[in-house]
Design a protein around this ligand. Structure first.
Ligand SMILES: [Ca+2]
Ligand SMILES: [Ca+2]
Length: 172
């Protein structure tokens, strides 16, 4: 009898250990094929960056550009955006434009979909001029109000007359 109890207990502890290992192994980050880890010498830690290259031509020069979202390294991570434009060959930083879901955008079929909290990031031609704009639904608009005078969390970044312009997103 004692032997049977031992076997049952051993079996239970084995199952328990297995389920713990299993619960650790299923943790994945979304869109991980775009996730890269970079060492930040200011923060002195490795931080997660979403790196979208070879997908969109924001400045309409026929060469693809890069959009990155860089984590602040916090427990609840917020990501700020920066853009590499092929026509300028440099990074343009937007440290105040932060979202917490910087995942690969899906096509938005109607603008009513953007009345929801998600998606926070969309790259699409909203004004039908054959050039894609960047839509962001920001975490908070106080910084965009202070920096750009826009009293809205929902913004559009459009390339006009050789520059990226941050503007309020309008559905009409
Ligand atoms: Ca380009
Ligand atoms: Ca457009």
């Amino acid at each position: 009898m004692r032997k049977i109890i031992f076997i049952v207990l051993s079996g239970l502890s084995y199952l328990n250990a297995f389920s713990q290992i299993d619960s650790i192994s299923v943790v994945k980050i979304p869109d991980e094929e775009y996730a890269i880890y970079k060492y930040d010498s200011d923060l002195e830690m490795t931080i997660l960056t979403y790196h979208y290259a070879d997908l969109w031509d924001i400045d309409n020069d026929k060469y693809t550009d890069v959009i990155e979202f860089i984590s602040n390294g916090g427990a609840h991570s917020y990501y700020h955006m920066r853009i590499w434009l092929s026509s300028k060959s440099k990074w343009i930083d937007y440290p105040k434009l932060e979202i917490d879901f910087p995942y690969l955008p899906k096509e938005v079929k109607n603008l009513e979909m953007l009345d929801q909290p998600y998606p926070q990031f969309v790259v699409q031609d909203f004004d039908n001029d054959n050039i894609k704009e960047i839509y962001l639904n920001l975490d908070d608009y106080s910084s965009v109000l202070a920096e750009y005078g826009i009293p809205s969390k929902r913004i559009l970044i459009d390339f006009k007359e050789g520059e990226l312009i941050v503007m309020r997103f309008k559905t009409k």
